[in-house]
Design a protein around this ligand. Structure first.
Ligand code: AMP
Ligand code: GLY
Length: 424
């Protein structure tokens, strides 16, 4: 069969590589893709939000299934676009419809969903510019640090954690009144600060049945010791050592099952990946956020650990037969380390020549922000290349990733050398 993957990051390279290994695949397309996906699929210069161009591509190339990588097209309704089009409606799309994508598209929607279905999360209230004064009063009832979240999508930047009450009030005003994050902060969720260690849980669902993929932990801060600005993710480890069976059982009973059942009860059609951002507070899991897609760079450790045929799984999701799938997971640990452009996550240059990938051994090279320019691979984003390795534990896997990182070069390249520092 012919499959189209939408997106251009490390996540899409990892998903595409796994799909390309399936005996079921005839032709694989990635739109727009990167220099890595170009090695295993046909890249097509079509943007993920250009639905009309996606339609043309799907019809021209006789695509049988579409996998949506990033959240934007889902929140913008790409799945609904297919369902509402006579020529496209029989072609399955992996990714929720617009209404369910609001789990990521609106923090307030996600909080209300969790309240409705008794899913453990931080206490919260939401405010608009009309209720600014009530917002100040709510902040007064909380202890620092204060957590302020723009309701809408803000490219991962919409969450502020502040120690000082006056600063929290000023930021609340700036979000609500001065549109600090544009329309995304027209509503702000203020929530209780949760103190604990974070992990991510990935779930596949066909809308009724679900399967839990391996857990992962990503490292979001640019600096070692988890310091400095937030990034898309500087690396990841799977499985998460502290997520033992007792804890995983709690996650499944208190969070995963109520989430999938809740979507069904609320008539929110969901065929796709659910990425649940969790925090372990004492021994209890609590939800920090939902994402309606896989994580990046978590995908670069979770998908390589999947031994089963991904295309068979995607088909079962589309057909509502996920209960019949037997997920086979590699017992080994996987780690990925991300090489980023100098200056990222602030301003950085693109177009730097990347060398050394051909010398990398015993690891998988996933391209993120790369492209081909005159036949050469050059940087084309903040996060450039992720090196994924296996090992008997995450320490052994990291050693291989780091050894191979030393063989990779581009001007201004930076990576964190301390991944796993917070784990035993
Ligand atoms: P989010 O975009 O909701 O995932 O938030 C971004 C980051 O802010 C999370 O990965 C956490 O590190 C942190 N965060 C969000 N909400 C809370 C909370 N209630 N308590 C503590 N940290 C939080
Ligand atoms: N690595 C975090 C994310 O994909 O949102």
């Amino acid at each position: 069969m012919n499959i189209l993957v939408l997106g251009s990051g490390g996540r899409e390279h990892a998903i595409s590589l796994k799909i390309s290994q399936s005996p079921k695949i005839s032709k694989l397309f990635v739109a727009p893709g990167n220099a890595g996906t170009a090695q295993i699929a046909t890249n097509v210069e079509v943007g993920v939000n250009d639905f009309e161009a996606i339609k043309k591509l799907v019809l021209k190339e006789k695509i049988d299934l579409v996998v949506v990588g990033p959240e934007d097209p889902l929140v913008n309704g790409v799945h609904d676009f297919f369902l509402n089009d006579d020529e496209l409606k029989s072609i399955p799309v992996i990714g929720p419809e617009k209404a369910a994508a609001e789990l990521e598209g609106s923090k307030e929607f996600a909080k209300e969903f969790m309240m409705r279905h008794n899913i453990p999360t931080a206490a919260y209230q939401s405010f608009t510019s009309e209720t600014l004064e009530e917002g100040y009063a709510f902040l007064e009832t909380l202890n620092p640090p204060y957590v302020l979240k723009a309701d809408g999508l803000a490219a991962g930047k919409g969450v502020l954690i502040l120690q000082d009450i006056q600063e929290a009030k000023d930021e609340l005003k700036s979000m609500l009144v001065d549109s600090k994050f544009g329309n995304a902060s027209a509503t702000v969720v203020i929530e209780e600060f949760l103190d604990g260690i974070e992990l991510s849980c990935f779930v596949l669902t066909d809308g009724t049945n679900y399967k839990i993929l391996p857990t992962a932990k990503d490292y979001k801060r640019i600096g070692e010791g988890d310091t400095g600005l937030n990034t898309g993710g500087m690396g990841a480890i799977s499985p998460v050592p502290f997520a033992d069976t007792v804890f995983m059982d709690k996650i499944e009973r208190q969070i995963v099952k109520p989430t999938v059942d809740g979507l069904k009860k609320d008539s929110l059609p969901y065929v796709g990946f659910i990425f649940i951002g969790l925090i372990k507070v004492g021994e209890e899991p609590k939800v920090i956020e939902y994402n309606v897609r896989m994580g990046d760079p978590e995908t670069e450790v979770v998908i390589p650990r999947l031994k089963s045929d991904l295309v068979e799984i995607l088909l079962a999701m589309a057909n509502g037969t996920l209960d019949q799938v037997d997920l086979q997971i590699d017992e080994r640990a996987a780690t990925t380390v991300m090489a980023v452009s100098g200056g990222y996550p602030e301003a950085y240059e693109k177009g730097k020549k990347i060398t050394g990938t051909e010398n990398i051994e015993d690891s998988i090279v996933f391209h993120a922000g790369t492209k081909l320019s005159d036949g050469k691979v050059v940087t084309n984003g903040g996060r450039v290349i992720a090196i994924t390795s296996f090992g008997k534990d995450f320490k052994e896997a990291l050693k291989t990733s780091y050894q191979n990182m030393e063989k990779l070069h581009f001007d201004g390249m930076y990576y964190r050398k301390d991944l796993g520092f917070d784990l035993d």
